[in-house]
Design a protein. Structure first.
Lengths: 147, 288
């Protein structure tokens, strides 16, 4: 599979989850693992451009696919505009949920370029954040969408 | 959390999937979107010896309209319910119920056929299939058969599919002029499983109901069509008094039990409210 533009070729056990492959085999620990049953959304990555829970995918399933994780957003110098918006709006506190929310939002804004506040809130219902109360996250996403 | 070990088969075609199911029998599970099966495997509530991955079977991803029916391939993602024009126009009830199915990200992976084959009594798509009177096509190495929605659901997490059968297609009566559709749900948190839900299709001519289908879900072990209520509505002009009465009658027609998050009394309060909302919106859609 290709992860953030780099090709990786490994033989793995069929039961290895994509989330564990990214973290333990590739050392990409930006993808966070919260509930491991698809509820919290922390492990969300892009699979061929579409947001998906990496804890509900087997690594062998994405053989030949393209995966993008939070490590693929910023380059050495600059944050992604969405990350910049999160910083401006203080849209994270502990930051545990942030990688998943960023990756879900990248796909969401791709397919919903001019979302309503309600649509953003609806999308975020699948991403648990226990610190912020969501308001600054919604503000940051709307700001990034308008940019 | 890790799933227990299993044999993984990546099917490239329906035939390959059927061969694998034929070989592994009831030890095998089909992996569709994985939004229900994978959590159950991660928590080891489900321990299939073999997993037949249908994600590589392109022929299961088609949507086509044949005469008055919309055929939705089993692996069509739930996100297509709002994003595919063919589905949104052909089966407006699905567009209405889609936002209630899990969350935006889980709908990217979750499939129409997977949810229906999983047959969770609290899931939305089985209720919609029963309400519209749709069917599924089951394939095995022995051949294909069509199973009507009312014969498919046999209980919570239970269908009449045989272990070697693959659900390949779902079939939905296409929307017609003069019909209105509505899906209503109450859940503790948006995206959670429903406490109660109602799906309704109404055919209206000159303000008179000519056909009605109303089904209730999340109460009991499978979606339930309220045929007596539908019969009562046919021939009637649906004014507010009739809608109110229909809600009360619906509550009398469902069996409720006290549950962790909703007492039986609360469920009997919620069902009429949802039935009335669904009737009003379906009536509005039929008259539009």
């Amino acid at each position: 599979m290709t992860v953030n533009g780099r090709r990786h070729c490994e033989r793995v056990e069929a039961r290895l989850l994509l989330s564990d492959f990214l973290r333990h085999h590739l050392g990409l620990t930006g993808t966070h693992v919260g509930c491991e049953h698809g509820v919290c959304g922390s492990c969300t990555v892009l699979l061929n451009g579409t947001a998906a829970r990496s804890c509900l995918l087997l690594a062998v399933q994405v053989d030949g696919s393209e995966v993008r994780t939070v490590e693929g957003l910023a380059d050495a110098e600059h944050l992604d505009p969405l990350q910049e918006a999160f910083r401006r709006h203080h849209a994270l506190q502990c930051g545990f949920c942030t990688p998943g929310i960023l990756m879900a939002t990248i796909d969401f804004l791709d397919r919903t370029p001019d979302p309503t506040r309600h649509a953003v809130e609806d999308m975020l219902s699948g991403q648990l954040c226990r610190c912020t109360g969501y308001a600054p996250i919604v503000d940051a996403i709307l700001d990034a969408a308008g940019a | 959390m890790k799933p227990p070990p299993f044999t993984y088969v990546r099917a490239g075609s329906i035939d390959e999937a059927l061969d694998a199911l034929g070989e592994h029998g009831d030890e095998a599970r089909v992996l569709a979107g994985g939004q229900s099966l994978m959590p159950m495997m991660n928590m080891r509530l489900s321990r299939p010896a073999a997993l037949v991955d249908a994600n590589g079977v392109a022929e299961l991803g088609r949507v086509e309209r044949v005469n008055g029916t919309v055929r939705v391939g089993a692996m069509v993602r739930q996100s297509a319910l709002t994003e595919s024009i063919d589905i949104a126009r052909g089966i407006p009830m699905l567009r209405d119920c889609a936002p209630w199915i899990g969350h935006w990200v889980t709908r990217n992976r979750g499939t129409v056929g997977g949810s229906i084959a999983h047959a969770d009594a609290r899931a939305e798509l089985p209720l919609a299939l029963v309400a519209l009177g749709g069917s599924v096509i089951a394939a095995s190495r022995r051949g294909r058969r069509e199973i009507g929605a009312s014969e498919l659901f046999a209980g919570h997490f239970t269908t009449s599919l045989e272990p070697d059968e693959l659900l390949v297609e779902t079939r939905w009566p296409a929307a017609s002029p003069g019909w209105g559709y509505a899906f209503e749900e109450l859940a503790l948190r948006h995206g959670d499983f429903a406490l109660a839900m109602v799906a309704c299709a109404l055919g209206v001519e000159h303000d008179i109901v000519v056909r009605a289908r109303i089904a209730v879900g999340a109460l009991g072990d499978r979606p339930r069509l309220l045929e007596g209520l539908a019969d009562m509505l046919v021939g009637q002009r649906l004014d507010e008094a009739m809608i109110h009465q229909a809600g009360s009658d619906a509550a009398a027609g469902v069996v409720t039990h006290d549950e962790l998050h909703a007492s039986a009394a609360y469920q009997r309060h919620v069902v009429p409210v949802l039935v009335r909302r669904a009737l009003r919106r379906a009536l509005g859609g039929a008259s539009a």
